[in-house]
Write a protein that binds this ligand. Structure first.
Ligand SMILES: Cc1ncc(COP(=O)(O)O)c(C=O)c1O
Length: 457
């Protein structure tokens, strides 16, 4: 495969500016014509290059997704081979051995009996489908009132009507319509925000009590599911207290509430496991949603893993045909299946899971060393997922001065060859899993120099 020379891919600056005003980007600020942005041209491993040839270390791994790194000809070749053999087949009418083989490999690693897979087009459609499946399941069980969803403040679950509603960042909802009366949000499990004098265990007790009280108040016969990211990602890499997920699952079990673990970010190696729910947090949920690392971002794809127990129950309940009327033209798209399979080949052959377990603690150690800097308020993370939160003296987390400070840090990092992802008062990091110790040093040293210089700017 050949990449076009950089010059051929280059637009003249004012043509680019004019055209850029016509693209509505995610989270676009519509009060301005366009927001200045860097244009990327190519990538290789943990690095990307812009259209002027400047190289950057990709701190957020694209958008938490480029797990096996950039420039993998093996994935591109697998996609090209599939596209030229059969570019599309309808998932309504036909099957494919490649999809069955991918499913076999995935369910061999999925927790417990989560061995039914519903393929989707991205993370939002995975979460949306999981929620619709839960509603469908309760309708089939003759429990049409059991529809309430409990989610968490600062959770992020996607950008459809339903997933936007379950997401828990109030600032993202300011000018948007939400589904009324469907979702209840409980507190985020952020140990750094616990009350003075409170132990992490007491904080965890309080979160579990809050959750159980919410179920009891709403009425267990009305609560369908709890949805939680194992580690809140876009919410600022919030790692919960050790026992949190296990205890939340116990509460779910007591009240016939399904547990949806949103592993769109954490699956496929990011925390040193193919799935984090069981091996990192000790739970076997009822549904797991995934996307991103499933194809390492080379092509959009998502997948929902559903407990076989739920299907057994549905089969036992109903003699008449009962259709789960949900699906996408591009469910298990052949090219995406080829990309996911090639991606898994790389993860296995290069032992990337073991690599994350090896370099993850070093990544956390190097980020942790930033805590000695004045504006740094908290550093947290697990595996190759981390966040550095800043709070300027006398400010609270949501103070605009913190976001402005991080915008300066972001600009300085880009000038020095590092891409960051500031989210409010935190910058979140999730580099490609192939990152080496030397590249982790480069990331941490660049971030340190930018934090120091931004503080004196
Ligand atoms: C935990 C989580 N769930 C769902 C989504 C939505 O995924 P997508 O952007 O692929 O629709 C995201 C995206 O960042 C996510 O972080």
């Amino acid at each position: 495969m050949t990449t076009p020379p950089l010059d051929d891919a280059r637009l003249e600056p004012h043509t680019r500016q004019r055209l850029d005003e016509q693209v509505v980007y995610p989270w676009a600020d519509v009060s301005v014509r366009s927001t200045p942005r860097t244009f990327l041209a190519r990538g290789d491993g943990v690095y990307v290059w812009d259209t002027d040839g400047n190289r950057y270390l990709d701190g957020p791994g694209g958008m938490w997704c480029v797990n096996v790194g950039h420039g993998r000809a093996e994935i591109a070749d697998a996609m090209a081979a599939q596209a030229t053999t059969l570019g599309y087949s309808s998932p309504w009418s036909f099957g494919s051995d490649a999809t069955l083989e991918l499913t076999r490999r995935l369910v061999a690693e999925s927790p417990g009996d989560l061995d039914h897979v519903f393929y989707t087009t991205c993370g939002s459609t995975a979460v949306d489908s999981a929620l619709r499946f839960v509603f469908f399941y309760n309708n089939c069980r003759g429990k049409p009132d059991k529809k309430q969803i409990i989610a968490r403040v600062n959770g992020y679950h996607g950008s459809t009507f339903l997933t936007g509603t379950v997401s828990g960042k109030t600032s993202d909802k300011a000018h948007m319509e939400m589904v009324d009366g469907l979702v209840h949000h409980v507190s985020e499990p952020k140990p750094a925000d616990r009350r003075a004098g409170q132990t992490v265990e007491q904080f965890c007790d309080e979160l579990v009590e809050e959750f159980e009280s919410a179920i009891v108040d709403i009425g267990p016969d009305r609560v369908a599911a709890f949805i939680a990211e194992p580690v809140l990602g876009s919410g600022g890499v919030v790692v919960p207290p050790a026992d949190y997920h296990r205890r939340m699952l116990e509460v779910c079990r007591r009240h016939d509430v399904l547990y949806i673990s949103d592993e769109v970010v954490t699956a496929f190696g990011r925390l040193g496991h193919l799935f984090a729910s069981e091996h990192e947090f000790g739970i076997v949920p009822d549904l797991i949603t995934t996307a991103k690392g499933l194809t390492s971002g080379y092509v959009p794809m998502g997948a929902v893993f559903i407990s076989a127990r739920l299907f057994d129950e549905l089969r036992d309940l109903r003699a008449d045909p009962t259709y789960f009327t949900s699906g996408f033209t591009y469910s298990a798209h052949p090219v995406a299946v080829a990309a996911a399979s090639a991606n898994l080949d790389i993860i296995e052959r290069e032992e990337l899971i073991a690599h994350v377990r090896d370099v993850g603690p070093y990544f956390q150690q190097r980020l942790g060393e930033l805590s000695d800097l004045e504006p740094v308020w908290d550093v947290r993370g697990v595996g190759l997922m981390g966040a550095v939160e800043v709070r300027l003296p006398g400010t609270a987390a949501d103070d605009a001065r913190n976001a402005a400070f991080l915008a300066t840090v972001d600009r300085l990092c880009q000038q020095r060859g590092l891409i960051l992802r500031p989210v409010y008062s935190s910058c979140v990091l999730s580099p490609p899993l192939v990152i080496t110790r030397a590249e982790i040093d480069q990331l941490a040293d660049t971030l340190r120099s930018a934090l120091v210089d931004a503080a004196t700017a």
